[in-house]
Every structure is written in structure tokens, then in C-alpha cells.
Design a protein around this ligand. Structure first.
Ligand SMILES: Cc1cc2nc3c(=O)[nH]c(=O)nc-3n(C[C@H](O)[C@H](O)[C@H](O)COP(=O)(O)OP(=O)(O)OC[C@H]3O[C@@H](n4cnc5c(N)ncnc54)[C@H](O)[C@@H]3O)c2cc1C
Length: 436
């Protein structure tokens, strides 16, 4: 349509045709965008880095691209907090923190996401004693549906604060976020293949054997690629360049991509290709925390991730393994397992329970319905909560039963966005109609 523009996410599986794309540089711009939209009766949706696999950032109204709204606007050295504009990427934030002798307490696999986008969907890393990124938010400012600005902390507007830390972009435009950082630290990493049965026999022991532990079960094999990171002040001994090249380019990226392309064309070769992965050997290194937590992902894929009670992970993973074998699903991407500490955020996937995550992936362009739906059925039997930014097939009727504090979130949504200014098709599906 004339005057329509288009937007596509990172994975290339979601796109939309907004009426316009706006690129604000200050909070006053955000207020102006919302008040204009309120006057015109159009919808508004922010986009961070477009790294969600769901259509959560899509809109048929005004798309607000925050790429030019990403500066640090406050730093309290005593409290170790920083206040940042919503569009700052986790990579830039990590650099800014490092310059101040600080770091994010925990991170996921990549650093491309914006802080507001990452926290809106409950983005997490791994760590027995560590929560997701949203759990480190100590304050935020938000533009509500009528264009008013609200500050929220545990003391000021506590209901809004509780909900907006994982707000799905449904409560308003988050303008700034104040993050509780920690003293800068390094991570000592050990990456090595292990037998998956050994890990599952003593799952708690293994997952708590270092500060941040995760593993990837390699389908069609009995192997897992494991990563164990210990927090340390020891000097950095970065990965050897040659090994880094091998790991990043040959295994997790370019070379892996080639394997995936072969597997997509000829699925019967996949079990043989899978045997290549665990032979990567053992690697140890120490580096700045964000450089160990995150790495580039150049091979595109689709992903679904479910949060369940941590204690249920060994049984649930074994059921996923059985599903893959029995249904004869040929997979070139590993199945990732992580853990996080419980939190108190109404729509966080880790709300109220020590949580384990199982994430399944397929190479971009590969059919996934049968596999993801099969895994989703297993996760459903544990009251599983899907990652808000990753693919799933649930709607609000089933989701509401999996979040004890669902109504609290809906009350804040009705208060801040009574006219549905910030909703879209995905939010209509997963949150349902606005309640009055
Ligand atoms: C390669 C890759 C690796 C990943 N690794 C992990 C991982 O390790 N752990 C994990 O948990 N997830 C992971 N994810 C998922 C990802 O972290 C989330 O989907 C995250 O939400 C993406 O952030 P974004 O900035 O791209 O947000 P977008 O996808 O652009 O937006 C997500 C939501 O945030 C909203 N939003 C953005 N800015 C604002 C704002 N200012 N105010 C209000 N709402 C806003 C959007 O409207 C939308 O609803 C990964 C994704 C990819 C593609």
C-alpha cells in the first residue's frame, strides 16, 4: 500500500507493514509520538533489535525504532546503578559499565538486544543463584497510553514497577531503565563435551558445579556440549585466536551453517553430521564477563524455549530425547538447557519458582511445526511457560493458568493502556482482550 513501509525481524520469519517508522532521540519525542497516535487513534509499537522470533514487535500502526535512543543518562557509583535510555544495546551497555568498573550480573547468549526489548520478554542467561536481566531493574520511566510519564520503583508506583519489568511492550513505552549492576568481574570458562546421561543423573550437582552452567544436548548422539563459567578476579587469558576462529566460525557459525544447509537439503545425513559436533575438544579461558557470556550468532535459526520447574528438567529432557528418536525428527541444532533463580515479576517465566529452561532450535527455513508442537505438549504437562520472544503456539486462556499473578498484570495493563494503544495481534493472542 502507498505510504506503507516494511519491517522484518532478525530471524526473517516475522514482518509487518507499519504506517510509519519513527526514530526518536529524546523522551519528549516519545511523548509526542504517543500523544499524536492517541489523537489519530492509531497503534504504537516499539522495536528494539528485532531479535524476537515471535511477532511481538510487529505493528499495523506506528513503529518506534529506538536505535538512536541509547545513551547512559545516570550513574550512581555508591549504589552501582546506571540509568540508560531504552534503546541501548546490551553490548554498548556492557562497554559503558566496564568503563565505570561495573558489569551486568548475568547475560544470555548474545548482546545485540536492546535493554528494553530484552527485559520486555524476560531474557535470561543461566545460573543456579542468578535471576534474569529484568530482575536487576530497580527503576524505570514509562510513557502510558495517554502520553503521561510515570516513574516506577519498588516504592513509587510499586504495582507498575512489578509488572513493567517484564511488560511485553504492552504497558507503554519504556523510556529509561535503571539497572542494578555489580562490580566488574571476569569469568573462567570450561567448555567440553560430556555424556548427557551423566549430567542428568546428577542434574542439580552438575548445574550448581559453577556459577553459570548450561549444556546443549546434541540430537542423534548421547553427547552434550557443556559450558561452565566461574566468576573470578583472576587475570584474563582469552581464548586462543585459532580456537576462537574454529569455535565461532566453524562450529557455531559459518561451518555449522554449512552443515545445517546440507542437513536441510538431505535430512538423512543429519545423524552423521551430528557426530562431528561433540568432537570439538575441551577449551578453557578467562575473559571479561560479557565476552564469555555472549558470542556472535551468524547462523540464523528459529527457536522455541520453555520454562518449567527446575526439578522436572531431567525427566522432561529425556522425554524430548525420546520424542526425537521415536518420531524420527532429523535435527542439526542442539537442544539447550539452562537454569535461573526464581523472581517476583508477574509475567516472568521464572516467577515464583526455581526454573529450568529447555530450548529447541531449527535452522532457518526448516519446517518446525511437528517438532516444536511435540516439545510444547511435553512442556505443557509441566505447566511450562513459553519465552515471550520465542516461538510457541499458546494463547491467553492457557497462559493465564500458568501465571499465578496474571490478574495483577492485567490490572496494570488496563490502567496504563485502556484503549489498547500498545497492543498488536500477538499481544491480543497471548494477553487477550483488555479488561475494564
Ligand atoms: C540469536 C538470538 C539469541 C538469543 N539468545 C537469548 C538468550 O540467551 N536468552 C533469552 O532469554 N533470549 C534470547 N533471545 C531472545 C531475545 O533476547 C528476546 O526476544 C528479546 O526480547 C530481543 O530483544 P530486542 O531488543 O531485539 O527486542 P524486540 O524483539 O525488538 O522487541 C521485543 C519486545 O520488546 C518491546 N520493546 C522494545 N523496546 C521497548 C520499549 N522501549 N518500551 C516498551 N516495549 C519495548 C517490543 O515492543 C516487543 O514487544 C535470543 C534471540 C536471538 C535472535
Amino acid at each position: 500500500m502507498k505510504d506503507r513501509t516494511s519491517w522484518t525481524n532478525w530471524a526473517g520469519n516475522q514482518s509487518c507493514a507499519p504506517t510509519s517508522i519513527r526514530r526518536p532521540t529524546c523522551e519528549a519525542d516519545l511523548v509526542a509520538i504517543v500523544t499524536e497516535a492517541a489523537r489519530a487513534g492509531t497503534r504504537v509499537k516499539c522495536v528494539g533489535a528485532g531479535h524476537s522470533f515471535t511477532p511481538i514487535a510487529c505493528t499495523d500502526g506506528v513503529l518506534v525504532d529506538l536505535a538512536k535512543y541509547g545513551r547512559v543518562v545516570g550513574h550512581d557509583p555508591g549504589a552501582r546503578t546506571v540509568t540508560v535510555q531504552a534503546g541501548i544495546s546490551l553490548a554498548t551497555l556492557s562497554d559503558e559499565l566496564d568503563q565505570r568498573g561495573l558489569a551486568l550480573e548475568n547475560m544470555g547468549d548474545i548482546s545485540q538486544q536492546s535493554i528494553a526489548g530484552a527485559t520486555a520478554t524476560g531474557t535470561h542467561g543461566t545460573g543456579w543463584h542468578f535471576g534474569n536481566i529484568s530482575s536487576r531493574i530497580v527503576g524505570l520511566r514509562l510513557i502510558a497510553g495517554d502520553g503521561s510519564i510515570l516513574s516506577a520503583t519498588a516504592e513509587e508506583n510499586p504495582g507498575v514497577f512489578a509488572a513493567a519489568r517484564v511488560g511485553l511492550g504492552a504497558l507503554g513505552i519504556v523510556s529509561t531503565v535503571t539497572i542494578q549492576a555489580v562490580k566488574a568481574f571476569r569469568l573462567h570458562a570450561i567448555e567440553e563435551p560430556r555424556r548427557v546421561d551423566e549430567i542428568l543423573t546428577d542434574f542439580d550437582g552438575y548445574m550448581s558445579s559453577a556459577d553459570h552452567v548450561e549444556f546443549y544436548w546434541v540430537p542423534h548422539t548421547g553427547w552434550a556440549l557443556t559450558k561452565r563459567n566461574r566468576r573470578t578476579d583472576e587475570p584474563a587469558v582469552p581464548r586462543r585466536k585459532a580456537k576462537e576462529f574454529l569455535d565461532d566460525l566453524l562450529i557455531t557459525n559459518v561451518g555449522f551453517g554449512a552443515l545445517c544447509r546440507i542437513g536441510r537439503r538431505q535430512p538423512s545425513l543429519i545423524p552423521r553430521l551430528a557426530k562431528i559436533l561433540p568432537s570439538t575438544g575441551r577449551m578453557e579461558y578467562t575473559d571479561r564477563s560479557d565476552r564469555v557470556f555472549t558470542s556472535p550468532r551468524r547462523v540464523k535459526f528459529y527457536e522455541m524455549e520453555y520454562a518449567i520447574d527446575r526439578d522436572a528438567i531431567p525427566e522432561a529432557l529425556n522425554r524430548v530425547r525420546a520424542l526425537v528418536d521415536e518420531a524420527g525428527i532429523q535435527l542439526s541444532f542442539p537442544v539447550e538447557v539452562r537454569v535461573v533463580a526464581p523472581d517476583d515479576i508477574p509475567l516472568s517465566t521464572a516467577e515464583g519458582r526455581a526454573t529450568g529452561y529447555i530450548a529447541v532450535h531449527v535452522y532457518q527455513g526448516t519446517p518446525y511445526d511437528a517438532y516444536f508442537q511435540g516439545v510444547e505438549r511435553i512442556m505443557g504437562s509441566y505447566g511450562g511457560r513459553p519465552h515471550w520472544g520465542k516461538m510457541h503456539f499458546q494463547g491467553y486462556e492457557s497462559l493465564a493458568t500458568r501465571y499465578p499473578r496474571w490478574d495483577e498484570f492485567q490490572a496494570v495493563r488496563s490502567q496504563l493502556d485502556p484503549e489498547g494503544r500498545f497492543t498488536n495481534q500477538y499481544l491480543d493472542r497471548v494477553l487477550g482482550p483488555l479488561t475494564t
